[in-house]
Design a protein around this ligand. Sequence first.
Ligand SMILES: Nc1ncnc2c1ncn2[C@@H]1O[C@H](COP(=O)(O)OP(=O)(O)OP(=O)(O)O)[C@@H](O)[C@H]1O
Ligand SMILES: [Mg+2]
Length: 164
Amino acid sequence: MSEPVASGGEQTATELRLLWPDEAAAQATAEQLAAALLPTPDAVIELHGPLGAGKTTFTRLLLRALGITGRIKSPSYAVMESYELPGGGVASHFDFYRFGDPREWEDAGFRDVFAAPGLKVCEWPEKAAGQLPPPDLQLFIELLPDDSRRVRAVGARRLVEALS
Ligand SMILES: Nc1ncnc2c1ncn2[C@@H]1O[C@H](COP(=O)(O)OP(=O)(O)OP(=O)(O)O)[C@@H](O)[C@H]1O
Ligand SMILES: [Mg+2]
């Protein structure tokens, strides 16, 4: 939809702008990202954007594209929901909106999850900024008045370019 543009001085970091007129467009992006993550997804993905931007929706589309067929709950209350991937490995979906106490990071075992291989998709990563490792991909989702979404993807060249 637009060309990758190198951002900053970092050779591996790339930026791309996308437009999602509807959920089908978000699904296309999710499928492109899933293809780049497979066969053994191992990445930290941050989803930024206001309430209702579409972070949970995109995560569901991504997990579906990775082959998860069961119920995909919003992790709002549990903070984390984890899924076994059909091709092996684990995908963990976080919603840090209600995350406040840094001790919870240890107590809930999140340190171990982030230290192990697997896919980690994080909603509201700014609420756990002191704990999270550097992301491989960040999507900044902006909700426009006509209900479309403008998205800026920043991160590892291999992942960002997969979305173009
Ligand atoms: N790409 C999209 N195109 C059109 N509608 C969308 C899109 N993504 C999400 N929506 C709609 O917007 C609503 C909110 O989406 P969602 O719950 O995914 O937002 P969220 O960013 O996770 O919000 P929160 O910050 O509360 O967790 C849903 O009703 C969903 O149907
Ligand atoms: Mg959400």
